[in-house]
Design a protein around this ligand. Structure first.
Ligand code: NAP
Length: 193
C-alpha cells in the first residue's frame, strides 16, 4: 500500500506558526482533548515516519522526547513521547551532525526527492510536522496527500509565516472540519494533484 504523506499546519488566523496564549489554551488537562486524540492518538498505529525541519526537530526533542517527561505529566504526554521516541524520525538539516534522539536520520537535499524516496520505503504513513518553513515548501510544491490545518483563534501579527508567494493556485478538497473546545478549528483537506 502507498504511504500517505500528511502535512500538519499549526497556525493563527493570520497564518503565523506560533502557539499563543488565548482563553483555555493553557488549561491543564489530565486527558487529551478530542482534537489531540484525533490528530495524534488515533494515528499512533498507522504513522511510522515523522519529518521535521531542524528547528522543529530540536524543539520537539527538547519538549517531547521521553527524557523530557516529568513524573507529574499526564499519561497522554508519556504516550505521545513514547510514540515520538519509537517512530522513525527524519530531521532535515544541512547543519546538524548528530540527532541526539533515537530512531532519527538526518537528511538534506531536494525536498521533493526526499519525500518521494521516503514514500517508496516500507512503512506506514508519514507526517510532515513542521516547522512553517518546511511546510511552506510542501504546500508550494504540492508534496503532501493531505493537510491538517490546526487554526487557533488569534490574530497574532508575529512569528514565522506560513504564507508567501506561491508558484500557482493550489486548490484543496475539504474532507472534514472539527471544532476545538477553545475556539480552534481543525480543517482537513486533501490535495488535488
Ligand atoms: N510543528 C512544529 O514544529 C511547529 C509548528 C508551528 C510553529 N512552530 C515554530 O516554528 C519555528 C520553527 O520553524 P521554522 O519554519 O523556523 O523552521 P523549520 O522548518 O523547523 O526548520 C528549518 C530548517 O530545516 C532545515 N531544512 C528544511 N528543508 C531542508 C532540506 N530540504 N534540506 C536540508 N535542510 C532542510 C534547514 O536547517 P539547517 O539550517 O540545519 O540547514 C532549515 O533552516 C519554531 O519557532 C517553532 O516553535 C513549530
Amino acid at each position: 500500500m502507498t504511504r500517505k504523506i500528511t502535512a500538519n499546519i499549526y497556525m493563527t488566523l493570520d497564518g503565523r506558526g506560533v502557539f499563543p496564549k488565548y482563553p483555555g489554551s493553557d488549561r491543564t488537562m489530565r486527558t487529551a482533548n478530542a482534537l489531540f486524540r484525533h490528530m495524534w492518538i488515533s494515528r499512533y498505529d498507522d504513522v511510522t515516519t515523522v519529518v521535521m525541519g531542524r528547528r522543529s526537530f530540536l524543539g520537539h526533542r527538547r519538549v517531547w522526547s521521553g527524557k523530557a517527561r516529568k513524573p507529574s505529566d499526564p499519561k497522554y504526554f508519556f504516550d505521545y513521547s513514547h510514540f515520538l521516541d519509537r517512530v522513525d524520525k527524519v530531521c532535515l538539516s544541512n547543519q546538524l551532525k548528530e540527532p541526539g534522539w533515537e530512531n532519527t536520520r538526518i537528511l538534506k537535499g531536494d525536498l521533493a526527492q526526499i519525500l518521494t524516496k521516503l514514500k517508496r520505503e516500507k512503512g506506514g504513513n508519514i507526517i510532515v510536522e513542521g516547522g512553517p518553513r518546511l511546510v511552506q515548501e510542501v504546500l508550494r510544491h504540492r508534496l503532501a496527500d493531505d493537510y491538517w490545518f490546526f487554526v487557533m483563534p488569534v490574530v497574532y501579527g508575529r512569528g514565522p509565516r506560513y504564507w508567501s508567494k506561491m508558484k500557482e493556485q493550489n486548490t484543496l478538497k475539504l474532507l472534514e472540519v472539527k471544532h476545538g473546545e477553545d475556539g480552534e478549528l481543525l480543517l482537513h483537506y486533501e490535495g488535488i494533484p
